[in-house]
Design a protein around this ligand. Structure first.
Ligand SMILES: Nc1ncnc2c1ncn2[C@@H]1O[C@H](COP(=O)(O)OP(=O)(O)O)[C@@H](O)[C@H]1O
Ligand SMILES: N[C@@H](CCC(=O)OP(=O)(O)O)C(=O)O
Length: 369
């Protein structure tokens, strides 16, 4: 059976740790593997990091740049080189590719999200392998994905993938960071992300010298992807041929099972793509009505409003321990919300001087997270 596969490869697998040069044999094997998968009728997307790593190698920088403008310049140098190498390798096998550079800002407008969806569909229909990276050179802080693990999960949801593979420098997720804990044990199967708490998995903050997110962002990416119904695997990037073995059923790496009832595309967009602009703290009655009753949020249930936002912006809904439990699109601005919080819906026209929506967040625009 053919399927849609997203493969993310991190800087740690693409470059040699000692020299920072491209790991050519890994890249060549990856390109051969993806081309084979494509020829067997699968739809394949590659999310490739490496712009910064290749850029710094080309410029002979020995330290990780800190200033944003320098990082953006280094990525601009590296991205062109990286895609050139991919194009040369894929062209040898007569496999067409496309470069897709995205920022979160491109997806936060629903129309932009749908447009990106259509472009990916068209590329896949043409038999092209899109090679995706964050558009590091122009991305501004508030509208960055920040790391390619998150980007790969959002791309996997966008293209309605069956599989997301995150290739990295460890064979799997371990019970603790294997760099600092030699007794850490590999974890093979995660049926539900909450299990990681039960297993008391320790996620260290260490990462490869040019990597960005470490294991934390991979787990968050697995949460996003599995909630959209995408089976997710964390595995070693040095052996890309393992992808075929995993697809044939071998238990290599850590596999995260997809949720049996995935959220739909619009709810996924509200929960994972939009950047929340504020927080609403709710009373226990409102929390119960939303969590257990699937109800809309009314002004009466709001205790406190934080942040500055406009109608249709996304906000986080929190309990009194500041724990987020849902996200939604608001019908009122933060200044309006400050005036109507705690009030009954019938009082809203009198307080604001005009008739607005009865609900603060309609249940169709609310997602439990
Ligand atoms: N529980 C854990 N299991 C496995 N690896 C972990 C864990 N906690 C932290 N890590 C670290 O995450 C690193 C991989 O992340 P990163 O360097 O960002 O890779 P990439 O460049 O492939 O995205 C590993 O080298 C490992 O040290
Ligand atoms: N967009 C950046 C990659 C950011 C990133 O997440 O890197 P990594 O942790 O190596 O996957 C680049 O191309 O250098």
């Amino acid at each position: 059976m053919t399927c849609t596969i997203v493969v993310k490869i991190g800087t740690s697998s693409l470059t040699q740790s000692e020299t920072g040069n491209l790991a050519l044999s890994t890249l060549a094997t990856l390109v051969e593997t993806l081309t084979d998968l494509r020829r067997n009728g699968n739809r394949v997307v590659l999310v490739s990091s490496g712009a910064m790593g290749v850029g710094r190698d080309r410029l002979g920088l020995t330290e990780r740049p800190r200033a944003i403008a320098l990082k953006q310049a280094v990525a601009a140098v590296g991205q062109g080189r990286l895609i050139r190498v991919y194009d040369d390798l894929f062209t040898t096998l007569k496999q067409p590719i496309a470069q897709v550079l995205l920022t979160r800002g491109d997806l936060v407008q629903r129309s932009g999200y749908v447009n990106a969806y259509n472009t990916f569909q068209q590329l896949l229909k043409l038999g092209v392998i899109p090679i995706v990276n964050e558009n590091d050179t122009v991305a501004v802080d508030e509208l960055r994905f920040g790391d390619n693990d998150t980007l790969s999960a959002l791309v996997a949801s966008l293209v309605e993938a069956d599989w997301l593979f995150m290739l990295t420098d460890v064979e799997s997720l371990y019970s603790a960071d294997p760099r600092s804990n030699p007794h850490a044990k590999p974890i093979h199967l995660v049926t539900n992300i909450q299990q990681l708490q039960e297993f008391q998995v320790e996620v260290g903050s260490s990462r490869s010298s040019w990597g960005t997110g470490g294991m934390i962002t991979k787990i968050e990416a697995a949460r996003i992807a599995t909630s959209s119904g995408v089976r997710t695997v964390i595995t070693d990037g040095k052996h890309p041929t393992n992808l075929k073995k995993i697809l044939s059923g071998d238990a290599i790496g850590t596999q995260f099972e997809p949720q049996s009832r995935p959220v739909n595309s619009r709810r996924h967009w509200i929960a994972n793509v939009l950047v929340p602009m504020g927080k609403l703290y709710l009373d226990p009655g409102a929390i119960k009505a939303i969590k257990e009753g699937g109800k809309s949020l009314l002004a009466a249930g709001i205790i406190r409003v934080e942040g500055e936002f406009n109608p249709n912006d996304s906000v986080q809904l929190c309990d009194n321990e500041s724990q987020e439990f849902a996200r939604g699109l608001v019908n009122y601005s933060s200044s309006e919300m400050q005036k109507i919080k705690g009030c009954h819906s019938e009082q809203i026209p009198e307080i604001l001087g005009y008739y607005g929506a009865e609900t603060v967040i309609h249940r169709d625009n609310l997602v439990i997270v």
